[in-house]
Design a binder for this molecule. Sequence first.
Ligand SMILES: NC(=O)c1ccc[n+]([C@@H]2O[C@H](COP(=O)([O-])OP(=O)(O)OC[C@H]3O[C@@H](n4cnc5c(N)ncnc54)[C@H](OP(=O)(O)O)[C@@H]3O)[C@@H](O)[C@H]2O)c1
Length: 287
Amino acid sequence: MSIVVTGATGHLGRLVVEGLLDAGVPASDVVAVGRRVERLADLAGRGVRTARVDYADRASLDAALEGAETLMLVSGSEVGRRVEQHAAAIDAAATAGVARVVYTSAPAADDTPLVLAPEHKATEELLRASGLAVTVLRNGWYTENYLPALEQARATGEIVASVGDGRVASAPRADFAGAAVAVLTTPGHEGRTYELAGDHAWTHDELAAAVSEVVGRPVAYRAVTPEEHLEVLRAAGLDEGTAQFVVALDGDTRRGLLAGGSSDLRDLLGRPTTPLLDALRAAVAAG
Ligand SMILES: NC(=O)c1ccc[n+]([C@@H]2O[C@H](COP(=O)([O-])OP(=O)(O)OC[C@H]3O[C@@H](n4cnc5c(N)ncnc54)[C@H](OP(=O)(O)O)[C@@H]3O)[C@@H](O)[C@H]2O)c1
């Protein structure tokens, strides 16, 4: 009956593991895995099985998946290496006789110019070809991604971005984790692809207003062109690759690629998604 959760040493996977325990899944049925296993010690103390898994180490995948019923494959964080890493995890799951895989993907992954989508699209294709029962959770944007902007605004009173009037239907990681827990603990999700996004798609003027509430000072959104944005980021010391990536993501936002539009997240949660202001407050309180 066990559920192997990858990325449990990271933010989302940890929330999924905790959500499974809160939902009443016996700790002995949960296997929390990642590379930095020292981060799993408290979970081990609660009876969760833990294991060191590196996607690059096939034996570690085989050992963790032995006897498992479900693989919760939280997408990896090493952009550019993820297709081979996910392929190893999927192949190990098939070899181990795992009954189903739940995978965290990206919005409209099979049909979007979103800069981050290609590795997710390729992973979804591998999953479809694997013959395994699969549920795809196309996670939208985390509200926590705006914590650096919040800290910038705390210091300067500005949020500088090249998103234009683009809207973002973000939700906190806890909401996406809640949807994963719902899929893992209730029947009928095999073969389904869910487009998960927050209920409200906000503008950066709304972000500035929410951030202003949290940091306790007036905050304005300063819209800049992509070229100006690149200069601002370079001047702030970002390396060229990272600066280009941030500007590309803002371009995706400007084009509405993160604007959501599906009720799948609220439907899986059985409640409205967490509003922007509440999610920012919680993220700041959590440190
Ligand atoms: N929707 C969004 O806004 C958004 C934003 C950022 C990322 N993401 C995606 O969502 C995933 C989860 O988000 P998060 O915030 O929880 O990220 P995170 O805190 O950075 O966690 C990433 C997890 O991936 C694991 N991992 C990375 N490379 C690995 C490898 N080679 N072998 C085994 N495990 C590996 C890490 O394990 P160790 O730490 O133990 O190495 C960690 O547990 C990310 O990995 C990324 O794919 C989505």
